[in-house]
Design a protein around this ligand. Structure first.
Ligand SMILES: *[C@@H]1O[C@H](CO)[C@@H](O)[C@H](O)[C@H]1NC(C)=O
Ligand SMILES: *[C@@H]1O[C@H](CO)[C@@H](O)[C@H](O)[C@H]1NC(C)=O
Ligand SMILES: *[C@@H]1O[C@H](CO)[C@@H](O)[C@H](O)[C@H]1NC(C)=O
Length: 212
């Protein structure tokens, strides 16, 4: 009962907020709902931020170097990065894969535990003005198909982009499969599939338990 209540709170957008970095409730849709604004890409604006990787293929356990860059004069104050399966009809498409590591002395981003998986996402924990960062993604120990990195980059509370993608990082064991990028929500309202998937079952549980 207790764990369910806690989970329910985290599933409801805007109920819990932290001073720095995304709340775990944002792990699925990677949308900063607490900001109270649409993403810039909701109206077709292209992000001035880039995610570049040093390899477009992986094998289990590989380390991939990742650059987070901005185009001058832009910089970012907030960032949220995950790796996702490049298969939009996968039931696991909203779950993070692999883990993240940062450089020694990193003062802006650190790994966080999304979906109960240690270091499965990377997020800011301070509000420095950042133009470039190097981070590392470590492929899972088992093959999970083609993947890509996806990011949400915030210049400030009002101006941010969701759906910032790296190139595909292909699973070398399945060269024939075609990878896909799966969009997440960019608007405050209008309900993305992923938000509904998380919020409704939890709401249902809340209602259910309030009757017991
Ligand atoms: C996108 O356009 C709509 C309609 O013009 C507007 O209400 C909204 O604020 C815009 N969002 C952004 C992020 O510019
Ligand atoms: C990418 O960077 C990682 C970490 O520095 C390194 O281990 C790996 O060999 C690099 N991959 C390629 C293809 O250069
Ligand atoms: C991206 O950032 C890294 C790390 O600071 C830097 O080495 C690299 O040159 C940058 N790339 C671009 C295109 O700015």
């Amino acid at each position: 009962m207790m764990p369910i209540c806690i989970l329910t709170l985290f599933g409801l957008p805007g109920v819990v907020s932290f001073a720095m970095g995304p709340p775990l409730s944002a792990c699925t849709d990677m949308f900063p709902g607490g900001h109270g604004f649409d993403a810039q890409n909701a109206n077709g604006s292209l992000p001035p931020f880039f995610i570049t990787v040093n390899s477009t293929t992986y094998r289990p356990g590989d380390i991939i170097q990742v650059f987070l860059n901005s185009t001058a004069p832009w910089f970012f104050e907030g960032v949220f990065i995950q790796a996702r399966r490049a298969k939009c009809n996968s039931p696991m498409r909203d779950s993070p894969v692999g883990t993240f590591k940062t450089m020694p002395n990193e003062d802006f981003v650190n790994p966080i535990d999304c979906s109960g998986i240690t270091a499965s996402a990377l997020a800011h924990y301070s509000h420095n003005h950042i133009s470039n960062r190097i981070i590392y993604w470590i492929a899972p120990s088992q093959s999970v198909g083609h993947i890509y990195l996806r990011g949400t980059f915030a210049r400030n509370k009002r101006i941010f982009w969701t759906n910032v993608f790296s190139s595909f990082i292909r699973d070398s064991s399945i060269p024939d499969q075609t990878p896909e990028k799966c969009e997440v929500q960019s608007r405050m309202t209008g309900g993305s599939r992923s938000t509904l998937m998380i919020t409704f079952p939890l709401l249902f549980l809340t209602v259910l338990f309030s009757f017991i």
